[in-house]
Design a protein. Structure first.
Length: 150
């Protein structure tokens, strides 16, 4: 999928919502498409995104699901099924902390748009407005975690 096809997909993702078309195109051009087979582990819970690991794209990326699905689990307990438009791996790119969940491709496999840590940081440095929708999303998640609905 080329940048022209990715822009409409990315503009629907809340992390990139309200960014102008030009910046969305830069984000689309900065990442790459990745494919994962059924059950393939994409991120390992507790894994660091620094040190030697940070020199390899695998494991230091955030992903937006393009096709297929993934299962996210914490301590071996499934917490979510992710589908097209959902994303994962963004927290470790922002704070540099270890991965908070394991994510594995679903039964039919998965294709993602992947954005490496150093590319993400470069985009943030050059385009700080990229951080605004992310802050809104993370603030919303924090509020939801503090006051869960029953």
């Amino acid at each position: 999928m080329g940048a022209d096809e990715l822009v409409p997909v990315l503009e629907k993702v809340d992390l990139f919502h309200d960014l102008d078309h030009k910046l969305l195109r830069r984000v689309a051009e900065a990442g790459r498409e990745e494919s994962f087979g059924p059950g393939e582990v994409v991120l390992v819970e507790g894994e660091e995104v620094s040190g030697f690991r940070s020199f390899s794209p695998k494991g230091v990326e955030m992903h937006v699901v393009l096709t297929g699905s993934a299962r996210a689990s914490v301590d071996g307990v499934q917490h979510a099924v992710l589908g097209p438009g959902d994303y994962f791996g963004e927290l470790s790119l922002v704070d540099g902390g270890p991965r908070s969940a394991e994510v594995a491709a679903g039964d039919e496999g998965m294709t993602t748009f992947a954005l490496a840590k150093w590319t993400f940081q470069e985009l943030l440095d050059k385009h700080p407005e990229l951080a605004v929708p992310m802050l809104r999303v993370m603030a919303g998640r924090l509020r939801a975690a503090e006051h869960p609905r029953n």
